[in-house]
Design a protein. Sequence first.
Length: 439
Amino acid sequence: MKLLTFKGGLHPNDHKAETENIPISDLTPSKIMIFPMSQHIGAPCTPTVSVGERVLMGQVIGNSDAFVSSPIHSTVSGTVVAIEKRLHPNGTNVLSVVIENDFADEKVDTIKKYDDIHKLTKAQKIELVKNAGVVGLGGATFPTHIKLNPPADKKIDCCIINGAECEPYLTSDYRVMLESPMLVFDGLKEIMDILGVKKAYIGIENNKPKAIEIMSQITNNYDGIEVCPLKTKYPQGSEKHLIKAITGREVPSGKLPADVGVVVDNIDTCTAVYNAIHFRQPVFSRIVTVSGLGVKKRGNYRVRLGTCFDDILKAAELNEEITKKVLMGGPMMGIAQHSLNVPSIKGTSALLALTAEEINLNPEAPCTRCGKCVTNCPMGLMPVQINAYAKYDDMETCIKYNVMDCIECGVCSYTCPCGNHITQRIKLAKRKIAASRKK
């Protein structure tokens, strides 16, 4: 079978062997749990609890009336000890609810198995997904209930489940496919039912043959679901490139997958949808790949949201002496952390403790215009030109070179032999342009 793919991109050393064969294990949450009120794309939440209040596991502690938002739940039982600004993994200070964990794990009584799921309407299921705080767990964190309720003029005819996991080091989705494949399929069937589609594709890169085999076998029990082996190439997990590879459809500039009749969800998002509908269970935790040469106990951990990075890395036996950089997320699109006193959030797909041999510490050199960034750009852009104009703050010309179409995948920086921080410069340019348009 011909492997599906897209034009451009590359295949860096994936470093997946370090964790892909290690089963998921549970990590003990922190004594002090921190819950930022912004863990999703959209409006931040407002705290719904007060200092001194005892809360239960699964209780809503932050919510918003905004259309694009997602509620925040406590992942432990305990007492609210502060509501104040705390450092967020994105480097900003965000209003947060701080809870002292009593380690009793006393849950709200609504979390239980429900047997009358067949009686629920599509609208009721969407409301349950919304109330559970389900967002895209691949890292984008877009509220899932909005994806499941596209505008009436957007005719959705299929959905795609993203099992590509193309970022180096990350193996959390892979482990979910191996350990809980039926949960993924049951969640996917709920998504198909809500969207009213009869066709679904599960895209998996061909460097995961066990996952392809297991998921393909299960499709025999489900109508309309097809596993699509994908060529191992970064950024195959990007929504637009996944859609192009599997369906041949191209999402136009400035448009969304729904504009071409597709909804894309992540592997672990499927399990979260199933738990929301069948158990009324909010997003308590997520699977986090902890890897890099700076930790001894590399693996995939089930981490409660709100758990401190410092505690996660200590459990994985961090070697601070040799660790030069800690990233939340993968090495291509992850965010460098300047403090470990920050909490795991819905978008924490990985924590990487990288040593000097795993990162580029060389200074930037003048661009030689070799064209590698152009050849490998999966969006067909001209990073060399955008980088040059962004360096001199010429935003108008950056716009002419379609800078806003950049998906910030990091391919241009990775391929640059001169060590230019092209992606970082493009990110800053996009934010400047967005800010000026907002004004």
